[in-house]
Design a protein around this ligand. Sequence first.
Ligand SMILES: Nc1ncnc2c1ncn2[C@@H]1O[C@H](COP(=O)(O)OP(=O)(O)OP(=O)(O)O)[C@@H](O)[C@H]1O
Ligand SMILES: [Mg+2]
Length: 337
Amino acid sequence: MVSFETGLFIPKGYDPIQKLYKNEVHEIIKARSNADNCDVVLKITRPKIDNIKLISKLTHEYDIIKDLNFPSIIHVHRILSDGKSVCLVEEYCSGESLRSRIFNKGIVIKDFFEISINIAEALNYLYLHGIIHKDLNVNNILVYPDNKVKIIDFGISSSNQAEDHDYLRPDMIEGSLVYISPEQTGRTGYSVSHCSDLYSLGIIMYEMLSGKPPFDSTDPMEVIHFHLSRKPASLLKLFPDMPVGLISIISILLEKNPDDRYQSAAGLLFDLKVIFDAVQNEKIPVSLCSKLRTGLVNLKRFKSYTAGKKKFQSYINASKPSSIKRQCWFWLQDIRE
Ligand SMILES: Nc1ncnc2c1ncn2[C@@H]1O[C@H](COP(=O)(O)OP(=O)(O)OP(=O)(O)O)[C@@H](O)[C@H]1O
Ligand SMILES: [Mg+2]
């Protein structure tokens, strides 16, 4: 029996199975639909005195996704209300978040390409339907073991082709700061468009390869400053034998000026597929470092790579291969220095 906070709206016809997530505004519950015995997800506004804003946000989310029909985009069944709260009924996705996938399992180069291509295909579909997600990040992408993806959380998405964002305090800016584009900070003069989602995808791709997003700090103002004016640490320096074409794809996605990025996910898709094909057919050697970080670990080769670099040796001797994988990012930073 799953227990809930007093007053939480659980619509009739759904048997709760498991609480999946809770934040200040929503409770996310896995449930069974009595009508067809299928698993669904209930995204419910939590009971609050002033629920009007929350209700309109969830209603907005429903309006944005209700007519979309694409395998990589979450499907919404219906929206229900008891007058005080609303509940979005969505398909249940058994995949894990991209964040936990990166952290727990790591991403081998094949996974990297498949996941990136699947996300880019979803962005292409959104673009064709005039939708900007605006909150693309590693928590809002769920990944199945076969690398198929499901994009969720359209709470701040928009169906405008482009919109201007005002200058706001960091805590007022919508979206996850580490992943938003420079123009979403309201400090550039450029409009927010589908190119903003491509920037966020660039951040995500960088994180999949290196284990960390390029611009991270505990200070929100600093993160904003990085998006506006800092160049990300060169992936080529971190991973010297990474395919150059792949590095330049990510650099284009991370351009500060949206006009200098890919102008459509279709262009990105084309380039990604060309490089993936080349890597698969061994026309391009796959980076030693990406192999190391991702589970194609050849510890012997890595040991010879770091031979003579004393500070790595004691760690290697003392660690299990799995933790060596996780530490690789830090070593590579050191090697770079
Ligand atoms: N359809 C789904 N299937 C499986 N899990 C889901 C689904 N929707 C949401 N979740 C889980 O709940 C989490 C939060 O979902 P979502 O991002 O939609 O809520 P939110 O209130 O907008 O949260 P946040 O503000 O933190 O982004 C997801 O990261 C995921 O773990
Ligand atoms: Mg979310």
